[in-house]
Design a protein around this ligand. Structure first.
Ligand code: DLL
Length: 439
């Protein structure tokens, strides 16, 4: 690695390039990536042949629009390892996130991919002020979800003391945060607010904490939530964005200007497209965010449609970085919900419900934020032969539904069984989800 540790976590040689320098670097890396996927990944070769585009047609970033898009469905079709471009023996880690029908979206990483991920996570935490002297408390879940390990790799790369607390157990989280003197917290913004509101209730005092900052993401959050979080924990609360398919947390990160997140453009080329026409849109237009990875070796993705809606900006940032910034995510172009940081598709819930005898296919999912935590209630009609008064039947059906939902999506939900015909039918497209959280 170049330079001193200090230089390493802030890398002006990549983060502060002129537009033409960045585009030259991106073009060179794009050419290599396109050749790599064409030579080693059957689905990409087939798609490129279908689009009649050869690796030699892609000379620079301006040729990106000639390439076909990749969507979650493609990864699912090739489940589990069909998008690998390196042999299995070179893969050192495998992560996965939810797919639309219960099949996971799998992501394999070579050691080089893990090194790049650690680098972007380290750069991101550095933007939140993490140094070798910091104590970083990671309360994202560890496991197949990339939050825990991503923040962990980044903090360790900087040389900070890393506390792998993982998710859950609020009192223990608060005790560790206070007693270990954590300077930075990494978790979902809603959980951070919840921790903040629990301090007093736990008989603790914010004065006894040493927190100064944190990197919060994995779910959409508002500027209002930032104000609340900063007030409760007395910190600078910054937005960290990422997705497992592209790498993990750190694909983009907010700097202390708190006005958009810098995309790590030397590793990922961002585009905004119109989700209907699929045409690329200029800076400032709202549309769907698309990424092409240009340094991944195990499972590179070309023009991957994230489904996240936002804008990109090339305006000069006062922090000195010249990388393109993305706005906060304003919504999604599909029906994916993010509940307590977990990606959930309504189709997964439906599949779980349909596994239980005694319920009908009429249901409604309500998502609320209660005490700053997401809660989900599923109202579902019993089938015509059962009435909610038959207490013993109803209790056992309710238990079964709870268990099925939990095992399908890994989240608990409050289940309410209703009389046949009581859930409102829509006249047009069925409305299955009512999300009452503030966005
Ligand atoms: O959520 C990676 C991550 C972990 C990012 C920890 C930040 C912090 P996935 O589970 O694959 O990966 O989910 C990716 O989550 O397409 C967005 O819809 C949403 N998302 C992630 N970060 C943000 C954010 C991780 N800062 C999906 N703001 C993405 C809004 C976010 N949405």
């Amino acid at each position: 690695m170049k330079g001193k540790l200090k230089d390493y976590i802030y890398q002006p040689e990549y983060e502060c390039l002129s537009r033409s320098e960045m585009e030259n670097l991106q073009s060179e890396r794009l050419r290599k990536t396109v050749q790599l996927v064409y030579d080693n990944c059957k689905p990409y070769r087939a798609k490129m042949d279908e689009f009649k585009v050869k690796p030699s047609d892609i000379r620079s970033v301006s040729d990106l629009c000639k390439l076909p898009f990749t969507v979650k469905h493609d990864l699912r079709e090739a489940y589990p390892f069909g998008f690998y471009t390196a042999p299995q023996r070179d893969m050192v880690e495998i992560h996965a996130s939810s797919g639309t029908t219960g099949k996971l979206t799998v992501v394999g990483y070579t050691q080089k991919d893990i090194d790049v991920w650690a680098e972007i996570a380290a750069r991101s935490l550095a933007m939140a002020g993490v140094t070798k002297d910091s104590i970083v408390h990671v309360a994202y879940g560890y496991g197949l979800f990339t939050g825990g390990l991503g923040a962990h790799y980044g903090a360790q790369k900087i040389g900070a003391s890393t506390v792998p607390a993982s998710a859950g157990n609020t009192i223990r989280q608060l005790t560790l945060l206070r007693d270990f003197g954590a300077t930075h917290l990494c978790c979902t913004p809603s959980y951070a607010i919840f921790l903040g509101t629990e301090i007093e209730k736990a008989g603790m005092n914010i004065e006894d904490f040493s927190l100064v900052g944190g990197a919060f993401g994995a779910e959409p959050w508002t500027y209002g939530m930032r104000d609340e979080l900063e007030r409760l924990l007395r910190i600078d609360a910054l937005d960290i964005y990422g997705l497992s398919e592209i790498s993990g947390p750190g694909v983009a990160m907010e700097c202390m200007q708190k006005h958009g997140s810098h995309v790590q453009e030397d590793h990922f080329i961002p585009e905004i497209i119109d989700p209907d026409t699929l045409e690329p849109l200029p800076f400032g237009s709202e549309g769907e965010l698309v990424f092409t990875t240009i340094t991944k070796t195990g499972q590179p993705l070309i023009r991957y449609r994230t489904r996240d809606l936002c804008t990109l900006s090339d305006e000069k940032c006062a922090c000195g970085r010249t990388t393109v910034k993305m706005s906060k995510v304003k919504g999604r172009s599909d029906d994916m919900l993010i509940i307590r940081g977990v990606n959930v598709f309504p189709s997964q819930i439906e599949a779980a419900l349909m596994n239980v005898a005694g319920v009908s296919p009429h249901y409604m999912i309500y998502v609320d934020r209660v005490n700053n935590l997401d809660v989900m209630e599923i109202d579902i009609e019993l089938d015509g032969n059962l009435s909610p008064d038959r207490v013993s039947d109803v209790e056992s059906i309710k238990k079964k539904v709870e268990t099925e939902v939990n095992s399908y999506i890994g989240l608990s939900a409050k289940i309410k069984l209703c009389e046949s015909g009581s859930i409102r039918r829509s006249e047009g497209k069925a409305v299955r989800v009512i999300d009452r959280r503030e966005q």
